[in-house]
Design a protein. Structure first.
Length: 284
């Protein structure tokens, strides 16, 4: 006897859910990315999760600027930039501004699988600039040209700046190798340094003020730290030179009105002998 035909649906495998999604898993051995559930299931914008997944899948060195991400996604610049800010606020993304040994400024982006950078592979530390070589006394220090990615600024001609102030700023890198300034930064800071020099401070005093007590790690650009010190710190009193002190202590010399002899006193007049009682006047 033949088996009877049935149009009933096949029974679901034991333990399979009757509602919701059913995963059909495939073991991937190449071209896959591991995401934490905390990131993949993050509440909020789907664009943020999508941008995070896309950045995680890229190899190191791939561009992840707003312009590069807009070329890949159909969303506009506003949504992409908002997603990057959300990832940065949540601790998945970090953007660092670093200065290279040649004085250029660049932005490096780090993406963490776990917020806060708790990973097996710590991001590399920024390169430390080499110690500058001592230059001959006759050679003026050279200011490094910096390539900045910040907002465009109004150019300030370096030729209009005080040469003494520019020389002080350029020589700061000889005291602290981190104090590398571009020509535009030097031209912008030069007027403040000129005011310090005009107040009677020596270049060595200005250098000491700008380089003493600097933090071990800069959280801002060197030009910003120097500009803050020049702007917020009151002008210190210039050190009085030894020569001026000696001159102030010397009493001037006068010729006596009575005997024409030389004597020292605060004011002109007669010497001590001529002022003494019973002193006979000098005879010519």
């Amino acid at each position: 006897m033949d088996d009877s035909q049935s149009n009933a649906r096949l029974r679901a495998a034991a333990g399979a859910p009757t509602t919701g999604v059913i995963h059909v898993r495939t073991r991937l051995t190449a071209d896959f990315t591991v995401l934490s559930n905390a990131l993949a299931q993050r509440r909020g914008s789907a664009v943020t999760v999508g941008v995070a997944a896309y950045i995680s899948s890229l190899p190191d060195g791939s561009p992840v600027s707003i312009a590069a991400l807009c070329e890949h996604f159909s969303e506009g610049e506003i949504l992409i930039s908002r997603a990057l800010r959300e990832l940065e606020a949540a601790g998945y993304l970090e953007r660092r501004r670093e200065r290279t040994p040649t004085g250029q400024v660049r932005t490096r982006t780090f993406f963490y699988d776990v917020p806060g950078g708790a990973s097996d592979d710590e991001p590399p530390e920024p390169p430390k600039p080499p110690r500058p070589r001592k230059q001959p006394a006759a050679t003026a220090p050279v200011l490094a040209e910096a390539e900045t990615e910040a907002e465009p600024e109004v150019p300030v001609p370096l030729s209009d700046a005080d040469p003494r102030a520019v020389a002080v700023l350029a020589a700061l890198r000889q005291v602290d190798s981190r104090l590398v300034l571009s020509t535009q930064e030097a031209a912008r800071l030069a007027p403040a340094v000129s005011r310090w020099l005009a107040a009677g401070l020596l270049p060595t005093q200005v250098t000491e003020h700008l380089t003493t007590g600097l933090p071990d790690r800069f959280l801002a650009r060197p030009a910003g730290i120097l500009g803050y010190r020049l702007k917020e710190t009151p002008l210190p009193s210039p050190v009085r030179s030894v020569e001026s002190t000696v001159r102030a202590a010397v009493v001037p010399m006068w010729n006596c009105d009575g005997c024409d002899r030389g004597f020292r006193a605060a004011e002109p007049g007669r010497c001590r002998d001529c002022r003494s009682p019973g002193r006979l006047p000098a005879v010519g």
